[in-house]
Design a protein. Structure first.
Length: 151
């Protein structure tokens, strides 16, 4: 009798295709950090967008923002990062793109890009931790593109 094949506690094969039940459970596992990334990035992007729009209004009215080029550059970089965090969170929640999900989670771990610095970092780490799980990686259609990391 082969005990390894019938052992219910044995881990699934590394490159097994998940069935519908396991995909649903994985989607449930990733839904909270994915939603947190999307909500936090969206809220923070509103504040950054207000700053950028107000600068555009000043320029449109004939004013000058020449003293604030650094702030505008930082806000533009931050807004780009926040949009990528939101996209990554959505791709994580829908299990669509492992690469974009990792990018969004990684950007959430970077201070000054992450929304609400002390809250965004833990959710980014939580997302990266989930993405390191082989069963979660296997649920993504592009999981074979990523190198097999032990994590």
């Amino acid at each position: 009798m082969n005990t390894i094949a019938t052992n219910p506690y044995a881990p699934p094969p590394e490159h097994a295709v998940p069935d519908a039940d396991s995909t649903t459970s994985i989607r449930t596992r990733v839904s909270r950090p994915a939603t947190a990334l999307i909500v936090m990035a969206s809220i923070q992007s509103v504040f950054v967008a207000i700053y950028l729009v107000s600068a555009a209004v000043v320029v449109a009215r004939g004013g000058s923002v020449s003293h604030d080029y650094v702030g505008l550059a930082i806000a533009t970089i931050q807004l780009t990062g926040l949009v990528l965090i939101s996209i990554g969170g959505a791709k994580l929640g829908f299990l669509e793109s492992l690469t974009l999900a990792r990018l969004g989670a990684s950007l959430a771990c970077i201070p000054f890009i992450t929304p609400f610095v002390f809250v965004g970092i833990p959710f980014g780490v939580w997302s990266l931790r989930l993405l390191a799980d082989p069963s979660v990686r296997a649920a993504f259609p592009d999981h074979s593109v990523q190198p097999n990391e032990g994590g």
